[in-house]
Design a protein around this ligand. Structure first.
Ligand code: PAF
Length: 282
């Protein structure tokens, strides 16, 4: 079967309904397009779980702040389609913005996960996660997937979506896939394209600093506060502007340990006008 491009909500819903009636299992990868190897890894993972595979491409205005890069965000539908054809994706759902949110300005229904959405990235990007959970919820209603796959580079996003699916009893299995990195360690991201040559050369130092932090913990560093302070200073000296650098419980992102006693280091930094995020499990 060839890859079908669908732009209307009704057509997507009708195809999903037919598949479900035929007892077929649907896997779904939501994206904002401009696909790189990280996205393709999600698609490969999704393929393992299902009879039918849907990838959405939609640059969601609700998750961008007023001064963020919505207009600049790369839109590369033809190139994305070509990549997804190679992976034998069944349907690419790429709705028109004007049809997807008929009256975005008058929208009154939002899906929110307070608490988890207000910290870390949510603290510097108010309403960002409300935009994410609202669009993901809407996409789930349209695609009706059995399984949905997300990258864990957006660690907080994945935690929030897990909370939403659990709280609202959505009958969907979520899978997180590890971050795919460039050879020099930089986490793949569409926003890496914004970096100048000099910034691009510096960017891998972010992950190197996270790895150094992890090693210090492995070798017995117990004072997380001072470890964070020193790494923040190091990153600023190297030319990053640190938005946040924190060590949180890996299961619920709280500052206190839960029973699982698994920790994650999470960070967001600015390199010039470009905001990069990354994380590493301890
Ligand atoms: O991670 C992303 O690319 C976006 O936040 C998502 C999940 C596709 C929602 O727009």
């Amino acid at each position: 079967m060839s890859t079908q491009l669908i732009t209307s909500i009704e057509s997507m819903q009708s195809i999903s309904r037919q598949w479900r009636q035929a007892g077929l299992r649907i896997a779904f990868v939501p994206t904002m397009g401009n696909l790189h190897a990280g996205h393709l890894r999600l698609v490969e993972q999704a393929k393992k779980n299902a009879d039918r595979l849907v990838v959405s491409i939609f640059v969601n205005p609700l998750q961008f702040g007023p001064n963020e890069d919505l207009d600049l965000y790369p839109r590369t539908l033809d190139a994305d389609m070509a990549k997804l054809k190679v992976l034998a994706v069944d349907v690419v759902f790429a709705p028109d913005e004007s049809k997807f949110y008929k009256k975005e300005k008058n929208m009154t229904t939002f899906v929110e996960v307070p608490g988890l959405s207000d910290t870390l990235c949510g603290a510097s990007r108010p309403r960002h996660f409300r935009g994410v959970t609202t669009v993901v919820n809407k996409l789930f209603n349209i695609v009706q997937p059995d399984v949905a796959v997300f990258g864990t580079k957006d660690y907080q996003q994945f935690a929030i979506i897990q909370q939403m699916v659990s709280d609202l009893a959505m009958p969907i299995i979520l899978q997180g896939v590890d971050t795919v990195r460039e050879k020099d360690g930089l986490a793949m991201s569409s926003r890496n394209a914004y970096l100048s040559e000099v910034q691009r050369a510096l960017a891998p130092r972010l992950y190197i600093n996270l790895q150094i932090m992890r090693e210090r913990v492995i070798f017995g560093e117990l004072n997380y506060e001072s470890l964070i302070r020193q790494t923040r200073e190091q990153l600023s000296d190297e030319g990053f502007k640190v938005d946040y650098l924190e060590i949180r419980d890996a299961t619920n992102l709280s500052r206190e340990a839960t029973k699982s006693d698994k920790w994650v280091i999470l960070t967001a930094v600015w390199l010039g006008e470009t905001r990069l995020i990354d994380n590493i499990l301890l």
